[in-house]
Design a protein around this ligand. Structure first.
Ligand SMILES: C[S@@+](CC[C@H](N)C(=O)[O-])C[C@H]1O[C@@H](n2cnc3c(N)ncnc32)[C@H](O)[C@@H]1O
Length: 284
């Protein structure tokens, strides 16, 4: 079905629920349709904390980008699985620290890429790239991306709320694919949704049909994903990983839930509830 209702975009099916638009519902955005709201609301009925998790995730991405610019001196970002425009956007966060910062927004959803082209790519130093983030070679050789990203300099590689769509081994290969190709001094900024109760994760996964499979990664999983192949360094339940790992070093405050990461607090993770697991790692 194409353009079935006002506000639709030619060629875009708004009757099938869509991952980016469901997330937009939880953020209180306007770029969603009844089919998206139905799934988003059904999921939020199962776990009422989902809209809060989405907001926490955005706050983490924005804070991590500002920290990458301010502490890491990073002036260019590749936002992989960027989603629909949110405020503040990644370029706004980066430019609050480095006014000339450049951002490539990458997504494989035509709805997202259209929005990004219309709203963002008008400005200098911004690009909207249509690509599959699971193919680091294709993303990093895309000519649109190269207009704003110089791979000879450190890049902030953002993987916000996307790695939970992939099993840990696949997610690890994705991160490694970017980590290998970016310059030393680059940061990987990553978040995944985590449910302490696997039964809640399973039932949410069943409703979240546009996402394919939801993988309920633990802090140990995220540590492995970021550090590359090998054994987890911590005892089960430990949440702070600062050891140098496979070329990527997880920076303080380690792997934390979003709010504690933003506040710079290193503590044991909550054993109950649902939250965003967040981390930033630097390529040495
Ligand atoms: C939950 S939203 C996250 C948005 C944003 N990264 C954030 O953290 O606020 C997930 C986004 O990832 C995109 N996505 C999922 N799989 C992808 C893939 N293989 N390649 C590119 N984008 C993908 C979806 O289209 C959607 O826009």
């Amino acid at each position: 079905v194409t353009v079935p209702e006002p506000g639709g975009v030619p060629g875009i099916d708004v009757t099938t629920p869509n991952m980016a638009r469901i997330y937009d519902c939880w953020l209180g955005g306007k770029d969603n349709f009844p089919a998206d709201r139905e799934v988003g609301e059904k999921m939020a009925a199962r776990w009422p904390g989902l809209p809060r998790m989405a907001r926490d995730n955005r706050a983490f991405v924005v804070a991590a980008v500002a920290r990458a610019a301010g502490i890491g001196g990073i002036a260019q970002f590749a936002d992989l699985g960027a989603g629909l425009p949110a405020h503040p956007a990644v370029h706004e966060a980066a430019r609050s620290v480095i006014p000339s910062a450049r951002v490539a927004y990458v997504d494989n959803d035509p709805v997202v890429v259209l929005h990004a082209r219309a709203l963002l790519a008008k400005g200098e130093g911004l690009a909207a790239v249509s690509a599959d983030l699971t193919d680091p070679d294709a993303v990093l050789s895309d000519p649109c991306l190269h207009r704003v990203i110089d791979l000879g300099r450190p890049v902030g590689v953002i993987l916000g709320a996307v790695l939970h769509f992939y099993a840990a081994e696949k997610a690890q290969a994705i991160v490694a694919g970017y980590a290998e190709r970016v310059a030393p001094g680059s940061w990987v900024i990553a978040s995944v949704a985590h449910m302490a109760d696997q039964r809640v994760a399973d039932s949410l996964g069943q409703i979240y049909t546009p996402a394919g499979t939801f993988h309920n990664h633990s802090a140990d999983d995220l540590a492995r994903i970021l550090r590359g192949a090998g054994r987890s360094p911590g005892r089960p339940g430990r949440t702070l990983y600062l050891a140098r790992m496979g070329g990527l070093k997880i920076l303080p405050p380690g792997i934390q839930c979003a709010r504690r990461w933003i506040a710079g607090i290193a503590e044991a993770l909550p054993g109950t509830g649902g939250y965003m697991l967040t981390a930033v790692a630097e390529k040495r």
